[in-house]
Design a protein around this ligand. Structure first.
Ligand SMILES: Nc1nc2c(ncn2[C@@H]2O[C@H](COP(=O)(O)OP(=O)(O)O)[C@@H](O)[C@H]2O)c(=O)[nH]1
Ligand SMILES: [Mg+2]
Ligand SMILES: [Zn+2]
Length: 410
């Protein structure tokens, strides 16, 4: 059993804060301004691979005991920027920067299921922001709106009166408890946002967190690589490397894990894989044990060709003896429609996104009264009751509903 005193706040982030909102509303600028790291460092890689990756940036939030608010709160500064006293580490977070294009919403939503908090970026010079409305709708559908902070950005581009009117408009349009006006470009108001985050987010290493890490391991793989250069000698070859977020439990170097569903064969059946954990990393810090929060780089003792080019994305890491997670192709889910009306029909072929991967499914049964849908997947999937998923329309990829598994049939 792990207890509170075993966990070191400085080692890894324990809280994940995502961004949402229309492209160009200032998501990346805000993260860059807060952390001094450019979240688009993955851009080139993303363009080359044609896969859009969520950008993860870890940040340490500090407090100076001597300086006044909000200046006492500083990001990634061990020494106070004003009085040079040593700062105290108060929060360690991971920002997930979503790409924002509407066709990429699902990528963002696959991140949303791991977000503890969300920043919804709105631009003060934009009145009819349809894309951000859709993002808000998605946030509300997955039940994240009470953990979402509205960020009114670009206040430098409008008059004071206009900014105030836009602020009121946000309050009317969205059911959000807090809206904070800023200018991400020049950093105005960003220190008040940092103060707000530090003072509002409860200290993460608490009894609830300990309960979560003492549960059986479940980590989602959202990236996977072969890190070896071409022509590496056999004895120097690195094993598979995956990027994952731990939903519950913990992972230590040397642990044995099962990767499910594993390899999918042409007939839709799967072969689970087993591996030892050979390395753990967050940003550039090596870890002996990793806990939930942020993106963890995980080295596995299996052939790197298995993890090449995102091949393991959508898999889960669990304990080898785990029986809670099952392999299935037919399930029943309970659902919340995305925009109030259910357009899916029985026998329709749609797309299910479970654990960061899209699978083709066929709707078998719809019960609008009980708000339940039964469907079959063309290939085996892995998961357990209560796992959340998204169903998209096959024709235009639009989000149809957010669901939770209620029954596994095979
Ligand atoms: N004037 C002004 N421009 C901003 C502000 N925040 C971001 N921008 C600009 O808006 C553009 C899009 O910003 P970006 O952060 O890439 O938006 P994202 O697509 O939401 O990540 C960039 O050219 C930024 O420099 C702001 O507060 N004021
Ligand atoms: Mg961006
Ligand atoms: Zn100080």
């Amino acid at each position: 059993m792990t207890s509170i005193t075993d966990i070191d706040l400085s080692k890894q982030p324990f809280i994940t804060i995502g961004t949402m909102g229309k492209v160009a509303n200032g998501k990346s600028s805000l993260i860059e301004n807060m952390t001094n790291v450019n979240p688009m460092r993955f851009r080139q890689e993303a363009e080359e691979n044609r896969t859009i990756k969520l950008g993860y940036i870890n940040a340490k939030f500090y407090k100076c005991e001597r300086c006044p608010k909000p200046f006492c709160y500083q990001v990634n500064a061990e020494i106070c920027e004003f009085c040079s006293d040593p700062n105290k580490l108060v929060l360690h977070v991971s920002f997930v920067d979503s790409p924002g294009h509407s066709d990429l919403q699902t990528t963002a939503l696959s991140g949303a299921s791991i977000m503890d908090y969300c920043l919804l970026l709105l631009a003060a010079n934009l009145d009819n922001d349809i894309e951000s409305n859709q993002h808000y709708q998605a946030i509300k559908t997955i039940g994240l709106n009470n953990k979402t902070i509205g960020i009114q950005n670009k206040i430098d581009l409008v008059s004071k009166a206009k900014a105030f009117e836009h602020f009121q408009q946000i309050k009317r349009k969205y059911d959000l408890r807090y809206v904070i006006p800023i200018c991400a470009q020049f950093g105005f108001g960003v220190n008040y946002l940092i103060q707000f985050l530090i003072e509002t987010i409860p200290y993460p290493i608490n009894d609830e967190f300990i309960e979560k890490i003492n549960k059986p391991l479940k980590a989602s793989i959202i990236r996977s690589f072969d890190v070896n250069k071409k022509g590496t000698d056999v004895e120097n070859v690195n094993g598979a490397v995956v990027g994952g977020t731990i939903k519950q439990g913990k992972i230590s170097i040397g642990d044995r894990v099962k990767i499910i569903p594993g390899i999918i064969m042409n007939n839709g059946k799967n072969i689970p894989l087993e591996a030892y954990i050979t390395s753990l990393k967050t940003d550039n810090t090596n870890l002996d044990t990793a806990y939930p929060g942020g993106l963890i780089g995980i080295g596995l003792s299996i052939d790197p060709s298995l993890s090449k080019e995102d091949r393991l994305v959508g898999n889960y890491l669990v304990h080898p003896d785990d029986e809670t997670n099952r392999i299935f192709n037919t399930i029943t889910i309970s659902y919340t429609e995305y925009d109030g009306v259910l357009k899916l029909k029985v026998n329709e072929v749609a797309i299910c996104m479970l654990g960061s991967i899209k699978r083709s499914i066929k709707i078998l049964n719809i019960n609008t009264q009980a708000k339940k849908i039964k469907f079959v997947s063309s290939v085996n999937m892995a998961g357990e009751v209560d796992d959340s998923l998204i169903i998209l329309s096959k024709t235009n990829n639009s989000i149809q509903l957010y669901g939770k598994i209620t029954e596994i049939h095979n």
